[in-house]
Ligand binder design. Sequence first.
Ligand SMILES: Cc1ncc(COP(=O)(O)O)c(C=O)c1O
Length: 407
Amino acid sequence: MKSPISQLAEAVQESPTLALNEKAALLKERGEAVIHLGTGEPKSKTPIDAIIAAAGKLTSAEVKYTPVDGIPSLKKAIVRYTEENYDKRVGVENVMVSAGAKAALYSLLVSILDPQDEVIVLAPYWVSYPEMVKLCYAKPVIVTPEDGRFEPSLKEIKEAVGSATKAIIVNSPNNPSGVVYSAELIKGLVEYCEKAGIYLIMDDIYHKLMFDGLKPVSCFKYAKNFSDSSRLVVINGVSKLYAMTGFRIGWAVANKKLIQVMTNVQAQTTSCPSSLLQAAAVGALNGIQSYVDSLTATLQNNRDVMVRELEAINGVKVIKPQGTFYCLPDFRAYSKDSVALSKKLLERAMVVTVPGKEFGMEGHLRLSYCGSMKDTLEGAARIRWALDPDSTKEIYIGDRKCVRDWK
Ligand SMILES: Cc1ncc(COP(=O)(O)O)c(C=O)c1O
C-alpha cells in the first residue's frame, strides 16, 4: 500500500517557534507565570493608519479577489518604499505582494529551483529556509562562520558554491543573532552573484529595525544590472516593521520576468493575498512613519537591558545585536545541548527560549526582547537564577517563592 503522507512532507520539521508559542500558551492557561522570550513579534499595537484603511475597506462591503500580484495602490506604495529606503526606482511590474514574506519567499523558491539544486544558507539562519528549500526537492547547503562570529566571510561563502548552486539567502539584520552584515559583505555578495549568475535573495524583513543610528545598506547600490537577467531579489513585508504579523502581507521585488513566473505560481496556489489586509498594508506604508522610529527606540532600550543582564551571568557570552529584536548568547559554559537547556529553563524558571540548534548554532539560545521591559528584565534574571550558582538563591516566579536547590 502507498504511504498516506508523502516522503517530502513527512521530512519537513515542525516550526519550533510556532510549537513553542503553543506550549507557552498552554502553560499560561494553566496559570503559570510564563515569560516568553521566544516570540517573533513586537508587542506594539497595529499603526492607526493601517486600522483606519482596513476598516474603510471592510465597511465598503466589497471584499473580493484582487489581482494576483496585489492591488495597484499597494504595489505603488511598495515602489515608493523601495525608492525611499533603497534609493532604487523600480516599476510596479517588479513587485509581487504575498500573504507574508514567508509566502513570497516560498513562491520565489518554487519559481527558481529544480530538484537537486543547491541553496546556500548562512548560519545562524532563520529556521524556515532549509525546510522551504527541501520542500522544492532542492538541497540547503549551510555555511557556518568559523571564527565564532555570526557573519560568514565572502571566502567561506564562495567555497560552498558549486555547479549545483542556484541561490544564496541573506538575512541582515539577522534572525536569530541580531547581527547586521557589513556593507563590504553585501557589496561582495551582490557583485559576486551578478557575475556568477547565482540568485541573491535578500530577506530584508528586519531592515529598518536597526539600532545605534545605523542605517540599512541597499543591495541595489552595488548592482549593475536590474534587467530581466538580474538575479537579485528583495523580500520584505509589514510584519516586523509595523508589528503587523497577523496581517500576513509581504512582497518580493525582482526582475519583471521572474515576478511574472512567481505570479503564476501564486495564482495557482493562493489566488491573491487578502484584499482587506492589503488595504491595511497600504495604510501602514503611506501613514505616519514615526511609528517605526518609536518601535526601534523601544527595542533598542530592551536590547541594552537584555545584553547588560546576560553579561552579568557567569560564563555567558553575547554579541551585542545591532538590529531585530533577538540575540543569540552562547550558553556552552552551562550546556552544549541547547534543546535540553531550553527545556530546563522552561521547567525551572518558566522562561521560554528557542534552542540555537534550530538555527544551526548549537550551544546557543535565541532570546527575544520584543516584549515589555519588565519581561526582558525578569526573564534574564530568572535565567541567571536557574543557571548561575553565584546568583541569588531565592526568587519569585509569579507569587511562588523559589529556592535554587541544584548546583
Ligand atoms: C528572517 C525572516 N524572514 C521572513 C519571516 C516571515 O515574515 P512574515 O511574517 O511576513 O511571513 C520571518 C518571520 O519570523 C523572519 O524572521
